[in-house]
Design a protein around this ligand. Structure first.
Ligand code: SF4
Length: 480
């Protein structure tokens, strides 16, 4: 059996990342929206921590004037009151981004602003296209010059090009959607309209909110709460919504019966105080813990969650099993982009710097430890060893997702099979590698129960049942 060196440099890489978060506002009363977008992005920071940006425009001002600012860093590192004050406008879009290695640069930050003969477009995109390479080539042959390496620019070009053939920008978005294949939630700002669109499978979330005379589009409802907006409804998979002074118009001509909403949003990505497509993220995590307690019961003295997403699942496990819930980990939440990762020869480990164990909570006890997933296994191994070093008698690991067996092509960085521990090892082998006393995963057929019987979700990273045929070449790495 392959042994994994738990001191190797994979620590830093053994975390999954969502790729992006999007947020848009149109204030009909003419109030500036940049600071509202700032707070919206701040609430979506968990969806992307490498770069961020805001683009705004004045719907009563000259057409084609868009003010924007974007840079590498967290929202509160990139923006300050002076920068926000310069971004005047009553309509705008914002974006937070995480990228995989190699594509992390200021040019690839969003929103994208595109000038073309019909005016100016501002666009923010969450997701990943499967046919971006072909489309990029096609567009390049007909004269397009790309400034970035991200898929989002391909979408923006297609929209601009389609706009020449149809009378409205929402019609252009719809036509562009017919050409692109993959996962996307989009917010497009034209001089007088805010448009939201979700791909026909609905991989990525997008919802609508309202506050006084302003309308919002957001990746998650937690950002609506933060800016004091009411949740209106989710944008449906395949739907295009157009927000103008006359209200919200909807086009559902691309909506289809088969949807494939990312189930991992509920397990890990989304914030627990968000609701996606009518299902509370917190509730789904509690449900996952309850199911684990029924399917993988164990005698123990305490149930603990690995922060953050493991905590509600641990609470659910405790409620179902009657084993007391406790806190075993103290997390340092201030690990930002500039965090200097310890080198191998240093005595500090990345995990230990981020997470410390409360010895008095676990010493001499049989511990059930709930985590959301195991990717390479390095982090799980290290956390189990921290619990044992703190005196835990037994550590029983329960995972609130099924085992990762396949990569994701739809905008999350689940790596290829050779890097997924479950792809080459049995559950017993993984249990031994991570040093646990027992190990149990949530079963694939329990995912629907976790979200209260809803169906129409993607579970391809667990099952290999890709809703869209995966590309022949690995196109991951340039996600938006
Ligand atoms: S493959 Fe997994 S992570 Fe990717 S969209 Fe599907 S469920 Fe989500």
């Amino acid at each position: 059996m392959n042994q994994i060196d738990i001191n190797d440099s994979h620590y830093a890489e053994d975390e999954l990342h969502e790729e992006c978060g999007v947020f848009g506002v149109y204030d009909f009363d003419g109030n500036d929206v940049s600071s509202t977008i700032y707070y919206g992005l701040f609430a979506l920071q968990h969806r992307g921590q490498e770069s961020c940006g805001i683009a705004v425009s004045d719907t009563e001002g000259p057409k084609g004037k868009v003010l924007s600012y974007k840079d590498m860093g967290l929202v509160n590192e990139v923006f300050n009151p002076e920068k926000l004050e310069k971004l005047n406008g009553n309509i705008g879009v914002g974006h937070v981004r995480y990228s995989t290695a190699g594509s992390s640069s200021r040019e690839n930050a969003q929103p994208l602003v595109l000038n073309y003969v019909k005016g100016t477009l501002g666009m923010a995109h969450n997701g990943n296209l499967l046919n971006a390479v072909e489309l990029r080539e096609e567009l390049s042959y007909t004269g397009a010059i790309f400034q970035t390496t991200i898929d989002s620019e391909v979408i923006a070009y297609l929209i601009a090009r389609e706009r020449l053939n149809v009378p409205t920008v929402e019609g252009a978005v719809l036509n562009a959607m017919k050409k692109i294949k993959g996962a996307y939630s989009l917010i497009v700002m034209s001089p007088r309209k805010l448009i939201g669109a979700r791909d026909p499978f609905g991989f990525k979330p997008l919802c609508i909110g309202k506050r006084d005379n302003a309308y919002f589009l957001s990746s998650e409802t937690c950002a609506l709460d933060t800016v004091g907006a009411e949740f209106v409804r989710d944008v449906e998979p395949g739907e295009v919504v157009t927000i103008t002074k006359d209200g919200i118009k909807s086009d559902k001509s691309l909506c289809q019966k088969n949807t494939a909403r990312c189930i991992f949003e509920y397990i890990y990505f989304a914030r627990p105080d968000s609701k996606i497509d009518g299902m509370g993220v917190y509730e789904s995590r509690i449900n996952a813990g309850r199911i684990l307690a029924k399917t993988h019961p164990v005698e123990a003295d305490i149930v603990v969650g690995v922060p953050e997403s493991g905590n509600p699942a641990a609470l659910g496990f405790s409620m179902e099993s009657g084993i007391p819930y406790g806190n075993a980990f103290i997390k340092n939440n201030y690990v930002g982009r500039t965090f200097i990762k310890p080198k191998q020869e240093q005595r500090e480990s990345s995990v230990k710097v981020k997470l410390n164990v409360l010895k008095e909570a676990v010493a001499g006890k049989r511990v059930v430890m709930i985590d959301d997933s195991i990717v390479r296994g390095t982090t799980s191994a290290r956390i189990v060893s921290l619990l044992k070093a703190a005196g835990a008698k037994e550590v029983h690991v329960r995972i609130s997702s099924p085992a990762f067996l396949h990569p994701c092509y739809f905008g999350t960085d689940i790596p290829s099979e050779d890097q997924l521990i479950a792809s080459g090892h049995s559950v017993d082998e993984i249990c031994e590698i991570i040093g646990a006393d027992s190990l149990g995963y949530l079963e694939v057929d329990k995912l629907s129960e976790m979200i209260c019987g809803q169906t129409g979700y993607c579970d391809a990273c667990f099952t290999g049942n890709y809703p869209i045929e995966p590309p022949k070449i690995d196109i991951r790495g340039e996600m938006g």
